[in-house]
Structure formats: C-alpha cells, structure tokens
Design a protein around this ligand. Structure first.
Ligand code: NDP
Length: 437
C-alpha cells in the first residue's frame, strides 16, 4: 500500500492472496520472503501506440505488458483492450495470472497486457491498424519461449489474427507460436475459443458434486457478461442439462424466465457476433425475454441455484451477494477475473455457497493456450475431442488440488484459500530451486 497507494485493484488481489497464505507465513519466514519477491513484476513495459483513424487523424493510446513471473515457464497471459486499462489493472491481472497458470500444471509463467484503446464504435480498418501498431511496439518483448500473449476483454480471434500478421511482418515471416487464440486453420487449437467458459462449467460440476453431492442438471443459472466466456459457459451448461437464465453487458441485463434454450443461445451468439451489438438487439428479437436497463443479473432473478459472473472485476458486490443467497443460490463460480468483492465472498461463504475463485475456475482458457503452445512446438494439431478431454481432466485436477490443499490448511469447502496456497507453493518452490529467493 505504501509503494503503490493508487493501485487499488492490485492491492485488493494481493491482500486476498496474503490473507489465504497466513498459515504458511506462520510456518516459516521463507514463505513470507518468497511472497514479497513475487509482488514485484520482473518487467513492466509501457509504450506509445499511435494509430490513424478513418478521418486520417493520428491518435495515441497507451500500451502495456507486465511480465510478472517466469518461475514456472514463459510469461503467459491475455491482452485487454478497454478504456479502463492502466498499470493498476494490468498488475492485478498479471499477479492473478501467476497463480492461475501454476494451477494448470503446465509450464507457464504469469504476464498480462493491453491498452486503453476502446474498440467500441471503431471500424474494422481502425481495429486492424491499431492492432498492427500495438504489435509493432510489443514485438521486441515477446517470443514463443519468452512471452506468449492471448486475448481477453476486447481481444478475440479477429484481433489475434491482426496481431499475428504484424508479428510475422516484423520477423521476416517467422511463423511461430508467439500468440495463442489463433484460428484453428493456421496454428490455433480446437476448443480454445470455448475453453474458458467450458472449463468454468467443468470446474463447477466437479465442485458441486464433491461438496454438495449435486449435479448441474436442471439448475437455474444466472450469468453475467455476454462475451466469449459467458456465451461458452452457457453452451456447456445447456449440454449438461442446466438452465441459463440471464446475460448482461455494461448497459443492462437480459432475462429469459424459462431459460435460454439452445436456439435462444444461438440467436444471442448470432446477434453478438456483429461488432457493436447490444443485448437490446437480442431483446427486440425474443418476445419471451425481458430487458433490465442498468441492472445486474444478481438483482433481476429472484429464484436460482448457481451464479457465474463472467463480465469484469468487482461486478458482484455485498448487496448482490445478499440477493443471491435470498434467491436460493448454492454456488458461485467466477468466469471473469476477480468479479466478486471480498465482502461479497464473505457473505456467500457464510451463506453456505460453494465459491469457485477465478484463478481456479476460469483457468481453462490459459490451459488450452498451454495446449496450443504444445501443439505449435510439435507442429501438430489435436482433434477437438482430444482437447476437450484434456481440458476436462485439467479442470477436475485443478479443483482437486484446491480442495485437497484447502482441507490441509483450512477446510475442504474453502476453495479460494486452497487455490492460493496450492499455486503459491509451486511458485515458491521454483523460486527457491532457481536461486531467486
Ligand atoms: P469479452 O470482451 O468477450 O466480453 C466481455 C463482456 O463483459 C461483455 O459482455 C461486456 O459488455 C461485459 N463487460 C465488460 N466490462 C463491463 C463492465 N464494466 N460492466 C458490465 N459488463 C462489462 O471478454 P471475455 O468474455 O473474454 O472476458 C470476460 C472476463 O473473463 C474478463 O474478466 C476476462 O479477464 C475473463 N477471462 C477471459 C478469458 C478468455 O479466455 N477470454 C480467460 C480468463 C478470464 P460490453 O460489451 O457492454 O462492454
């Protein structure tokens, strides 16, 4: 707090992890020093990204890449394009990423990056020019064995394509696994687009079975967000017989009281595939839905079993947690990064909710990114079925690492504590063995 008083998101995540690690700090000072070591990024780059808009005017954005930890492998983490992006956001996401990547059991370090560029309202050509300029600035710092970025909010397959094309142009055509989330037609992995959402549901399935003896079938599920993670989480929920009832965006919530069917989800995905589309466009096409301007799903649905926040940080606050418990919620699984505030987590856990923290529950995306790196290194491509099976196994494994560690140090239901401790122990051991602490 003294060093970075204005980095409230970073401080929030560090405080949360430090609190979980209390029992380790009491065991030996070594853990405390390793943790302090991890708080400083290995490198943090900030760069200027000039780009030309459609009227011919040159505009300037800020670009960032934090390379937080290479203890377990090359830096790995997404790029976010959103006006809120700055050092605080990137450090919070990069710090979380170290732990998440450790839980995947793959050799991945932690990093994150992005820009305050706002893709909303921009033309396709503007987005392409911005991505090219962003990569021109980022390229000196990345490489397939050094730092491998991927997508995040505002950066999907289309943007990864433009970034990859520019990387090749800057490197005499070198075609290598420097980014993940590439198209499956040219070096991408099957199931990467689906991986975070599907993985989130696999994780929740295992947690509900282990801690509550419950299946997902027929469970009413509220989801927030309506982007990559939310859409594919809903798809997997439907496959398992659960009933998604909401999506949201930064303007409001769409509610289908009888649930989204496969057809309704297809319609939503079709509507959202158009750049700039809003959920009001879906509402106009579905007479059974209701649209709630300015509201989050947590205050719209009065009867539900599970909640999956999949939009952004701090989108589920204390009053939302109270609403969820009242509505009958028995499990909350974080698709977004740090969507639940610390006060809300306390209320949910006290109310008997199973809580699946982001760094474990949404690790499916980076896990399949790791599998994409492995396929690129072998110059091969696995089938969708193969990747889905591996993803399912990884998510179950992550759940059991967290629950087992929670049981050793706290109690089995405290998955958040288990996730922080299990991941930290791996990174701390690597730091010690590499002579870093
Ligand atoms: P997308 O850009 O595809 O979708 C983001 C969604 O969240 C949109 O519906 C957007 O609505 C909504 N949203 C963004 N900001 C806000 C806000 N301030 N208030 C309310 N809604 C908001 O991103 P993703 O689905 O990829 O990412 C969602 C979350 O999941 C992020 O926290 C990301 O870090 C996390 N995540 C993503 C992974 C991935 O593989 N993509 C991997 C692991 C985590 P609108 O259109 O109005 O902005």
């Amino acid at each position: 707090k003294k060093r970075d008083p204005d980095q409230s998101l970073f401080i929030q995540t560090v405080t949360e992890v430090a609190t979980s690690l209390g029992p380790l700090f009491a065991e030996t000072d070594e853990y405390f020093f390793a943790f302090k070591h991890m708080l400083e990024p290995e490198q943090l780059y900030q760069f200027r990204v000039p780009w030309v808009d459609d009227s011919g005017r040159t505009r300037v954005q800020r670009g960032f890449r934090v390379q937080f930890s290479s203890a377990l492998g090359p830096y790995k983490g997404g790029l976010r394009y959103h006006p809120s992006v700055g050092v605080d956001t990137i450090k919070f996401l990069g710090f979380e990423q170290i732990f998440k990547n450790a839980l995947t059991t793959l050799n991945l370090g932690g990093g994150k990056g992005g820009s305050d560029f706002d893709p909303k309202g921009k033309s396709e050509a503007e987005i392409m020019r911005f991505c090219q300029s962003f990569m021109t600035a980022l390229e000196p710092y990345i490489g397939p064995n050094r730092d491998v970025p991927a997508g995040d909010i505002g950066v999907g397959g289309r943007e990864i394509g433009y970034l990859f094309g520019q990387y090749k142009r800057l490197n005499q055509g070198r075609f290598e696994g420097v980014l993940t989330g590439k198209s499956a037609d040219w070096g991408g992995s099957y199931v990467r687009p689906e991986a975070t959402g599907w993985g989130l549901v696999f994780f929740s399935e295992e947690a509900m079975k282990d801690l509550k003896g419950e299946k997902l079938k027929n469970k009413r599920c509220a989801l927030s967000g309506s982007g990559n993670v939310a859409q594919f989480a809903a798809q997997q929920l439907l496959k398992l017989g659960a009933v998604p009832v909401t999506f949201s965006d930064s303007s409001g919530t769409i509610y289908e009281p009888d649930g989204f069917t496969v057809e309704k989800l297809d319609l939503l995905m079709e509507v959202k595939a158009v750049r700039g589309a809003r959920l009001t466009d879906y509402a106009a096409k579905s007479p059974t839905s209701s649209y709630h301007a300015g509201a989050r799903p947590w205050s719209v649905v009065d009867e539900l079993d599970l909640a999956f926040p999949c939009a952004t940080q701090n989108e589920l606050e204390e009053q939302d947690a109270i609403n969820l418990i009242k509505a009958g919620c028995i499990g909350v699984f974080e698709g977004a990064n740090m969507p639940t505030t610390p006060g809300a987590v306390e209320i949910l856990e006290a109310g008997g909710c199973v809580f699946g923290p982001a760094k474990a529950a949404n690790a499916g995306g980076v896990a399949v990114s790791g599998l994409e790196m492995a396929q690129n290194a072998q110059m091969t491509q696995w089938t969708g079925d193969d990747v889905e099976k591996k993803l399912n196994a990884i998510m179950k494994d992550i759940y059991h690492q967290c629950a087992d560690c929670a049981e050793t140090y706290h109690d089995r239901t405290q998955i958040k504590e288990g996730a922080n401790i299990a991941a930290f122990l791996k990174v701390a051991a690597a730091l010690r063995e590499q002579g870093a602490v």
